[in-house]
Write a protein that binds this ligand. Structure first.
Ligand SMILES: Nc1nc2c(ncn2[C@@H]2O[C@H](COP(=O)(O)OP(=O)(O)OP(=O)(O)O)[C@@H](O)[C@H]2O)c(=O)[nH]1
Ligand SMILES: [Mg+2]
Length: 389
């Protein structure tokens, strides 16, 4: 650079000394060299910046990859919930999420389709098991796509038996919870509500879930969203009184987790909400078929009407909550980024996810909407709701 500046000055010096006869030829020789040199330097700078941007992008991918997981015992309905959440969300808000690879959602689509087929079957009054249990850890990837930017979301489905503390895969579940910004707890509602919760240990595994949560949350300072999602709860959402009873039962069962909201270690970085959903809509719990040992052999569900069809309610909402939470985190990380990150983001016109966040929040239901029967226990602002709401 110093040499380039010198080349610019040499003809000027000759001009100042009155030696125009030398100054003009010097201009013709030095200035083109100077311009070529400067262009070369700019090109080198751009290459260096590009390299650094690539490095930064690598960092962004790992920083901005968000994870979530569903916890619940075997048969609670985790896979079904994941399938319905993504399908229903995609149906009501098309063009927002995209599978990151072609195989990602195919197994979930299959689960969704067989649930729908069973619900729509006009020849059967009883609603029977529609999918097989999960036998191994499955990972799913999708992108939330905004204007020139995207957020990679990874989520996990694993066999419910893995949450039992003695299980050899229990450590994997704890590690998944440790790495997940959002944890969904799938509550097998009939076990919580029937016979005053007599069979709660068989179908809800509250102690196991709270144990995994405790181990997964301790020792870090990350913000988390915990969503309690009661499923198979068509029967328990019919009237405001029944909804109230459901809320009371969830609060009583998971009181240890809810007590975290009073703990100064967690208070400001934890959002917890209760979102009961109807995944099927037209099948209600009837009774437990008991084994000869007195335990539950299976649940019996009946369609409300033989001609009724699959009619999920609010199944897109858990997806909206978790996405809104992840996008809120993404926006805050970006706002609190270094000046260098902001500068690069400006220079390269990096897109943002503001519009997609607005789109997702447009149809989000809060606990102000009494018909939804939702309750937000803490962390409204972390989810993206105004805190005074
Ligand atoms: N009636 C009714 N049945 C449901 C609902 N959701 C799931 N099921 C049934 O419950 C069964 C178990 O659901 P899964 O989604 O496989 O449960 P899971 O928690 O993934 O179980 P594992 O994979 O064994 O851990 C399915 O065969 C469905 O037929 C629901 O909302 N209502
Ligand atoms: Mg499963």
């Amino acid at each position: 650079m110093k040499l380039l500046k010198l080349l610019k000055r040499i003809p000027m010096w000759f001009m100042m000394w009155g030696l125009r006869i030398i100054a003009f030829p010097m201009m013709i020789i030095c200035w083109p060299i100077m311009y070529i040199g400067e262009a070369l330097e700019r090109w080198k700078q751009k290459r260096r910046l590009k390299k650094r941007l690539k490095k930064r992008e690598r960092k962004m991918t790992s920083v901005n990859e968000m994870k979530f997981a569903v916890l619940g015992p075997s048969g609670a309905g985790k896979t079904t919930l994941l399938a319905c959440m993504s399908e229903e969300f995609e149906r009501v808000s098309p063009g927002t999420i995209f599978p990151a690879d072609s195989s990602t959602f195919s197994s979930l689509n299959k689960a969704y389709r067989s649930l729908k087929r069973e619900a729509d079957n006009p020849d059967k009054r009883e609603f029977e098991r529609s999918i097989e249990g999960t036998s191994m850890l499955r990972e799913f990837l999708f992108h939330i796509v905004g204007k020139g930017a995207f957020l990679l979301v990874r989520f996990y489905d694993f066999p419910g038996g893995w949450i039992i503390p003695g299980d050899s895969n229990n450590r994997i579940v704890i590690d998944i919870v440790k790495g997940s910004a959002v944890i969904i707890i799938a509550i097998n509602t009939p076990y919580l509500m029937e016979f005053d919760g007599k069979y709660i240990d068989e179908g809800c595994a509250v102690d196991e879930i709270e144990w995994v949560l405790k181990r997964g949350l301790e020792g870090d300072s990350n913000e988390r969203l915990i969503l309690f999602v009661p499923i198979k709860c068509e029967k328990y959402l019919a009237t405001p009184e029944e909804r109230d009873n459901l809320h009371k039962a969830v609060k009583k069962a998971f009181q240890n987790t809810l007590m975290l909201t009073a703990n100064p270690l967690y208070r400001d970085r934890l959002a917890i909400a209760l979102l009961p959903v109807k995944t099927v809509g037209n099948a209600e719990f009837r009774r437990f078929k008991l084994s000869k040992y007195g335990g539950v052999e299976r649940e019996v569900y009946r369609k409300t009407d033989i001609h009724s069809s699959f009619s999920p309610v609010n199944v897109d909402q858990p997806m909206r909550y978790l996405m809104s939470f992840l996008l809120e985190q993404f926006a805050r990380n970006k706002k609190n980024g270094s000046w260098y990150d902001k500068f690069l983001s400006f220079i390269f016109r990096e897109g943002d996810l503001k519009e997609v966040a607005e789109y997702i929040r447009k149809d989000i239901k809060s606990d102000n909407d009494l018909s939804a029967g939702f309750e937000i226990f803490c962390g409204r602002d972390l989810i993206g709701f105004p805190s005074h709401n």
